[in-house]
Design a protein around this ligand. Sequence first.
Ligand SMILES: Cc1ncc(COP(=O)(O)O)c(C=O)c1O
Length: 350
Amino acid sequence: MNYFRDNIEAMEPYVPGEQPGDARKVIKLNTNENPYPPSPTVVEAAREFDVSRLRLYPDAMASEFRREAAKLLDVPAEWVLPGDGSDDLIIMIARACLGPGRPVAFPVPTFTFYRTQGEVSQAPIVEVPLRAGFALPVEQLIAAQAAVTFIASPNSPTGVAPAMNELEALADGVAGLLVIDEAYVEFAEQTALPLCRRCPNVIILRTLSKSYSLAGLRLGFGVANPTLITGLLKTKSIYNVGALPAAMGAAALADQAYARQCTAKVKASRATLTRELERIGCRVTPSQANFLLAEIPGGAARARAVYEALKGRRILVRYYDQPRLDDKLRITVGTDEENAALIAAIAEMP
Ligand SMILES: Cc1ncc(COP(=O)(O)O)c(C=O)c1O
């Protein structure tokens, strides 16, 4: 007998970006982490944490963290669902809403974990190509009438954020849930948060992995009306956020001044890096995220060669061997020093 269901046997696993053993020895611009450390208040919260609490199970709703997230977004706590990273929320949504006869739709290219979870759930998968300039194919996404439509806003790997009227049209037009994944929203111009207040089918996802410099802690949350939250809770693992991450995450959210300061630095470096990449001949998609999608002059063969050569120099960026992306590199915005080293390395290449 096969150990796994046929769809699990058949599917490709999600492939995470490379995580080198010792990150201090590389310039790591491949998985959109923040180049700056977490807030000192997070370190303080960890130091002050009463370790004897670890003997007991944590609060199943991570209430301390939930309250802080609700306060930040000015919604009642019942509107917030904490997760073990925002990918945990994607898993809960897939488990609760997708299945045979319950399709998932999303534009491509985008975060491939949406597809992974669709496949795990045996849902029909509707992938709609982004339009020219990576614009959202609103009509075709609506036409899919999916049980769940995922939109990353800003999108990865393009860095493009859909216009608010496009998201509104989707919210009003799709048959099922509209998930607006705002993993990178702190680097963007606007949030779709008002939409989840107005539309009963909209859930917003947030993460502490990017603008709060806490990718290793694993914390995210969903924001939606209590009816959606109550439904999704049925598919949550029992204690999905530990007591220590909850305390540290609450401290991170409470220190908005620090988060804003880091985000401003990343946005300023993004502008400089865009200019520098253009100066050495790359075509850069205007980005509202903490990364850039840069077309490398010379086409796919050179883009791959540049990726490999950078890796040889311990500079990691992301290369996607797929149509529309194979002549480009996705580059996380690092510190100004890291970005300058990247530009110098590319500029030296034949
Ligand atoms: C669009 C998007 N959504 C969600 C995630 C997952 O983030 P988390 O670390 O919160 O699981 C990522 C990670 O890179 C992402 O790019």
